[in-house]
Design a protein around this ligand. Structure first.
Ligand code: PMP
Length: 416
């Protein structure tokens, strides 16, 4: 198994000068209840579907930077486009016309896009979407689905989180996923008060099996929103460009009013986009909303190259094929050891759970054994497929997983 001496040394330095050393979900404490020493903490380089940590351990990476790595790290075509743009200009007093090229490409590509507004992070676009819904309807309430994640702006947090005021979340309403009757009741109870409904295209929450929409569910949600004059916002920050280049709403057969993109938009270059319907364009224009780096040109050039290449490769079909090959192999490796691995969600964004122990500790042990042998999985979050993953990488992954299942099984004779 790998050791992480240099990662630990860097983390000790980080802890002195950076709050919590590494904050957010990339940090060592988030969600990892078993030996945190099982995970590397700092990377040193990345290429294709792999990265190397500070101790030069190599990983086949199924987290893809939590989504942005969609073509492969340092994709030559995207990097060439970005470097060519960087030689000309990036952040300037007025924007580069490459911004217009990128907006035109999104409008051509994304089914529910009549326009595109660019920012940096996913949360910039979910917040813009909520502002737009409120400005358009002059109503206050926003409906969320249980298991949601829409970023870290105060309106997306929970009341018991530090620093959050009652006022920040006072107009949030929560509904269970895949339960149309419950949503209908909520809409009726708050008739005339709901500005928007914000939803990921399917439930990809943490620590739980991910759930695709039930048959007819999205059509029912769309109709309820229409009947009640509610703006339907799809948060495609995570699933966008992995399920369908025309948008995950298109994949599930409906049209969003507003759709948020970020992670897979430019293969790791820093850009996000809110796209939407013509009817909301003037509302967005009326808002006070921008940022220092939101019109930088290099990520726009990267985004154009990335989407163009995803179209050439038919990225979503490739991700589905590779994801299915991988999860089938993992499930069968588990069953060789008499263990029951559940793979849920879309294959391109597969979620894993070892179902032989409800506490998820066994699952975390298995993940830790995989990571220490060069297969980077996480224990509580969905994973991601990128286009440079090969069948040979998948075969190697299944081999490592097999060994890791064997180690966990041997450690737990109580499993029989
Ligand atoms: N929505 C979803 C579905 C996400 O997965 C994320 C990021 N994990 C966000 C919003 C927030 O994006 P960001 O962290 O770039 O602000």
């Amino acid at each position: 198994p790998y050791t992480y001496t240099k990662s630990r040394e860097a983390f000790d330095r980080a802890f002195r000068v950076i709050p919590s050393g590494i904050y957010g979900h990339q940090g060592p404490s988030e969600g990892c209840y078993i030996p945190q020493t099982a995970f590397p903490l700092f990377s040193s380089r990345a290429q294709g579907t792999r990265f190397w940590d500070l101790d030069d351990n190599e990983y086949i990476d199924y987290m893809c930077g939590y989504g942005p790595n969609v073509l492969g790290y340092r994709d030559p075509d995207v990097d060439a486009a970005a470097q060519a743009q960087a030689k000309i200009e990036d952040v300037v007093t007025i924007p580069s016309a490459v911004m217009v090229d990128f907006a035109e490409l999104l409008v051509d590509t994304v089914a529910s896009a009549d326009w595109a507004f660019f920012a940096k992070n996913g949360g910039d676009t979910t917040t813009l979407a909520v502002l737009t819904a409120r400005a358009a309807t002059r109503r206050k309430k926003i409906v969320f689905f249980d298991g949601f994640y829409h970023g870290v702006a105060p309106w997306t947090q929970k009341l018991d989180y530090p620093g959050i005021l009652e006022e920040d979340v006072a107009h949030n309403l929560y509904a269970p996923w895949n339960d149309l009757a419950a949503l209908e009741r909520l809409f009726s109870e708050h008739r005339g008060q709901i500005a928007g409904l914000i939803a990921q295209p399917y439930m990809h929450g943490n620590f739980v099996d991910n759930q695709l929409p039930a048959e007819g569910y999205w059509a029912g949600v769309r109709k309820l929103c229409d009947d009640h004059g509610v703006v339907l916002i799809v948060d495609d920050v995570r699933a966008g460009f992995r399920l369908d280049l025309a948008g995950s709403d298109h994949y599930f057969g409906f049209e969003a009013d507003l759709i948020c993109f970020c992670k897979a938009l430019a293969n790791g270059y820093n850009v996000s986009a809110l796209c939407g319907k013509e009817s909301l364009k003037d509302v967005v224009s009326s808002l006070s909303y921008t940022g220092s780096y939101w019109m930088s040109a290099v990520p726009f050039a990267a985004g154009i190259a990335s989407i163009t290449k995803l179209k050439q490769l038919d990225g979503p079909a490739l991700f589905e094929r590779l994801g299915t090959e991988l999860t089938t192999g993992l499930v069968s490796a588990a069953s060789d050891h008499g263990l029951h691995l559940v793979a849920s969600g879309a294959p391109a964004l597969f979620y894993l759970r070892l179902a032989d122990d409800d506490s998820l500790m066994l699952h975390q042990e298995w993940v830790a054994e995989c990571v220490q042998r060069g297969v980077f999985l996480t224990s509580h979050h969905n994973h991601f497929i990128n286009a440079s993953l090969t069948s040979a990488d998948i075969a190697r992954t299944v081999e490592v997983a097999h060994e890791a299942f064997g180690i966990v099984k041997a450690r737990h004779p109580e499993l029989g």
